[in-house]
Write a protein that binds this ligand. Structure first.
Ligand code: GLN
Length: 478
């Protein structure tokens, strides 16, 4: 039977003719069917994936140069454009929309031989922490079906967790890759802001959004990052810094040794006691192994979630204004003469409750009477965070923290309270507010049976340091 451990092992098996891309695709298609109850995929591109696999198998036999991701089976979150394929952002408003071009990051995967197997369920417009905001039903955590997988890239996390793709591509605006990775026990990487082109990613909050990677191993994440990263004439916010060969660099680089943690993160009242004690003893172990581990004060912790939600909803209210039934998306069937009424009816029908809440909140914080009190204030906090971050990274290589204050919660557990749900993001939004890369690595298991991760953050564009440290930690776990 086909078994996936890493891209390297898979390539070795292909080269040794122990397996073929076609066999791999068939295996994943069977697994996806067998796990339909998890609701991880909104659509599976079965025929196309098989056709692509046959082409790749033939090319390999002919001895053609193989792409870095030759035959790698990848699922994509349904916020990434893939020409000719439906693209819904898990929203009713885009129910019948077909992508007219392919996101740069996805094209780069395809150019290196990846097989895109389907589009994955998520929270509507990537807004949520539990995947319960999808118009197409919630995703279930494969370890315990009564639990959420996290969000917003829940389907993508579960696909890697349950072996329904080798790699998934998600997006992370405030934790949407790292938080579900933590809940599902897989690796979740959000690169630096500007590392990967956002062209073709449906915008939620453009100054926060970044495409991210789910994988089983650090090496796989490094390789996929190396393929997707880099300049793009279609995204002016993407960095022109050269892209290191991450998969090779992490082998050569000495793992960083100077780490800091924010005292307040470990003393937060919402943090689960067992997560706290396991992370604390982990930090002690690091010291014993010769790392420098120091606690630093972080008085701004309680401002992170409010700042994040003021700024992201403001950006979202603007970004989502294009979905009005005229420019994009669903239009109400009712015959309405007045244009404003048409917009209202269309958007009320098309958007779910959480998206509507955020558009309203965003319009409020941008409105004339409140702009300075909320939006300007939040921008000021963001600047303070940026300043503090550069001070921290002038002394330390990495910042460590829990990824999430709890393990995966029950489906429906936080549905009564938006603020309770928002607090699940307390440790993850910081990296997006300041644009630094961050990863959740699956190091721990709670006595309740659920996995949880360690979050590692580094200075912007120090993905090599971040990944080499993470790889070392994963190896120590084995
Ligand atoms: N849970 C956060 C939110 O709802 C993060 C979402 C994301 O990263 N896309 O905004």
């Amino acid at each position: 039977m086909f078994r996936f451990t890493s891209i390297n092992d898979y390539h070795a098996a292909l080269n040794a003719e122990h397996t073929t891309c076609t066999q791999a695709v068939k295996f994943y298609l069977d697994q996806i069917t067998a796990h339909e109850n998890l609701n991880a995929y909104l659509e599976v591109f079965a025929e196309e994936a098989l056709e692509q696999a046959a082409i790749l198998d033939a090319e390999r036999k002919q001895g053609k140069r193989l792409g870095k991701l030759h035959g790698v089976i990848i699922g994509i979150k349904d916020v990434l454009s893939y020409k000719g394929h439906s693209l819904t952002a898990a929203s009713k408003i885009l129910e019948n929309y077909t992508a007219v071009y392919t996101a740069t990051a996805i094209q780069k995967l395809i150019d290196e031989g990846a097989i895109i197997i389907g589009r994955q369920n998520c929270d509507e417009f990537a807004m949520g922490s539990s995947n319960e905001n999808s118009a197409y039903g919630p995703v279930k955590n494969a370890i315990d079906n009564s639990k959420v997988p996290g969000g917003s890239s829940g389907g993508s996390a579960v696909a890697v967790q349950a072996g329904l793709s080798m790699i998934s591509i998600g997006s992370d605006t405030g934790g949407s890759v790292r938080q579900p990775a933590d809940f599902c026990g897989v690796v979740g990487l959000k690169p630096s802001y500007g590392r990967i082109s956002r062209y073709g990613l449906i915008a939620y909050a453009s100054s926060f959004d970044q495409i991210g990677i789910f994988s089983k191993t650090i090496d796989d994440a490094a390789l996929v990052l190396e393929v997707m990263a880099g300049e793009d004439e279609f995204d002016s916010t993407v960095s022109s810094k050269p892209v290191p060969a991450y998969s090779k660099e992490i082998e050569k680089t000495n793992s960083p040794k100077k780490v800091a943690y924010f005292k307040e993160t470990l003393f937060h009242p919402g943090l689960d006691a067992e997560i706290k004690s396991k992370i604390e003893s982990y930090l002690k172990d690091l010291t014993a192994k010769g790392y420098i581990v120091e606690a630093i004060d972080f008085s701004l912790l309680s401002y992170l979630v409010p700042t994040y939600y003021v700024l992201t909803t403001a950006e979202a209210s603007s970004n989502l204004s294009r979905f009005d039934g005229i420019k994009f998306g669903h239009r109400t069937k009712e015959s309405i003469a007045d244009l404003n009424d048409l917009y209202k009816k269309t958007r009320t029908e098309g958007f779910g409750e959480e998206v509507q809440r955020r558009i309203l909140l965003g319009s409020f914080v941008l409105s004339a009477g409140y702009f300075d009190a909320y939006f300007t204030k939040a921008q000021q906090v963001r600047q303070k965070l940026v300043d503090l971050t550069s001070t921290v990274f002038s002394k330390y290589d990495l910042i460590l923290s829990p990824t999430v204050p709890s393990t995966a919660f029950g489906l429906g557990a936080h549905n009564h309270s938006a603020t309770e749900m928002f607090l699940a993001d307390i440790y993850t939004v910081y990296a997006n507010l300041v644009g630094i890369p961050a990863i959740s690595i699956p190091l721990f298991t709670h006595s309740n049976g659920m996995p949880f991760g360690l979050q590692v953050m580094s200075a912007s564009f120090n993905e090599v340091g971040l990944l080499s440290f993470s790889k070392e930690q994963m190896l120590n776990k084995l």
